[in-house]
Design a protein around this ligand. Structure first.
Ligand code: SF4
Length: 366
């Protein structure tokens, strides 16, 4: 199997071309074809020599992952099941919000972190994704969108399956490729790296491209957080916040704290006070996420009244706060559900037009 071209940053590719006696300019031209013009067949690169095109097609694999299934929710969220060459699949979700179309991408097949509210946790960790497989999710979804209405992806969040910082080097490289001005050219503010709180990796973020950071907090007290996220046994709130202080924040940037609101577990007055005590106010924003119930889940979503009250209490104490509406509930939007349903054959139930008219199709874009 040839190495994937999408595993290469422009700096790495330039070094390879320089070693072959080719120029830095040629590397930029080729990168432009692949990542800006979205022309991935070397035979079509009119400003590149025939010899170089032939060598590249014999040396690198330019194939993208495949979309093995996709479905549209009534709220416009579109979920993709993306398949790789070894047959493994991950979920990738395109989420429209105002003028943005954000792609929620996966960083691992499965996950080792074991959060008790998360469906992916039940699958365990199968493997890390390579940088090119992370980048490939974006490219294959954008290609699909180009062929189906032409919407453009504008933002990326690493909030799909997997703990991105557990796959640090590949995610760092993929982020470098996303940001490359001569390639995809996404802005730093358009990418959000999310972590469950892997402290040793957070302490390395000084090396990471300066993108937005989101921390999955979900509780302001250790005993509750440990129940939700076993990682808290190893890296508790004290260690986590000590590590967060080491994150280099550009001026006017804030860290977003993701907080899953679960009925009766972390939605009371004590939790509000805990958050007020814990968060550095000027550098924090809390994103409240009402729990997205799935079949068999042990937790429940609080009432709208409770969610609103929780938000008001935080805001009135100077904590900036938003509530994320739950998207795509009719397409198994909780992380990991789609993959399980697909592997269990349940998606066949949805292919009936009577059950879900126009919104679900079982197609491949490749
Ligand atoms: S919530 Fe994220 S980190 Fe936790 S188990 Fe699920 S995929 Fe892993």
């Amino acid at each position: 199997m040839l190495p994937s071209f999408y595993d290469l940053t422009l700096a790495e590719f330039t070094d390879i071309l320089l070693q072959r006696g080719l120029s830095k300019f040629s590397a930029a031209q080729i990168y432009d074809w692949v990542f800006k013009k979205n022309v991935r067949d070397p035979s079509l690169w009119t400003n590149v020599s025939k010899e170089t095109r032939q060598w590249l097609s014999e040396t690198y694999d330019f194939k993208l992952p495949k979309i093995v299934w996709q479905g549209l929710s009534v709220d416009g969220t579109r979920k993709f099941l993306v398949g790789f060459q070894d047959g493994q699949t991950v979920e990738t979700v395109a989420i429209p919000a105002r003028e943005r179309l954000t792609l929620c991408i996966s960083s691992q097949v499965g996950c080792a972190i074991g959060c008790t509210f998360c469906h992916t946790a039940t699958q365990g960790l199968k493997r890390h994704l390579k940088a090119g497989e992370v980048v490939g999710q974006f490219l294959v979804v954008q290609d699909w969108l180009n062929q189906n209405g032409g919407e453009k992806l504008t933002n990326i969040v690493y909030m799909g399956q997997g703990e991105p910082l557990h796959n640090y080097e590949n995610v760092k490289k993929a982020t470098t490729i996303f940001l490359e001005p001569k390639g995809m050219g996404l802005g730093q503010r358009r990418i959000t790296l999310s972590t469950s709180g892997l402290v040793p990796a957070i302490e390395k973020l000084i090396d990471f491209p300066p993108v937005n950071i989101a921390i999955s907090l979900h509780a302001a007290h250790n005993e509750v957080r440990t129940e939700l996220m076993p990682i808290n046994k190893v890296y508790d709130l004290e260690r986590l916040f000590k590590a967060i202080k080491t994150i280099p924040l550009k001026a006017h940037r804030r860290i977003t704290y993701e907080y899953l609101l679960i009925d009766g577990l972390n939605d009371g007055e004590r939790d509000i006070q805990g958050l007020i005590d814990l968060l550095p106010k000027s550098e924090s924003k809390v994103n409240l996420i009402p729990f997205n119930e799935y079949p068999g889940s042990n937790y429940r979503r609080p009432s709208d009244k409770k969610i609103y009250w929780f938000m008001q209490q935080l805001e009135s104490n100077g904590v900036t706060c938003t509530v994320r509406t739950t998207k795509g509930t009719d397409i198994l939007a909780a992380c990991g559900q789609l993959k399980s349903a697909y592997e269990g054959g349940e998606l066949n139930l949805w292919s009936s037009p009577q059950q879900n008219p126009q919104s679900i199709s079982s197609t491949s874009s490749q």
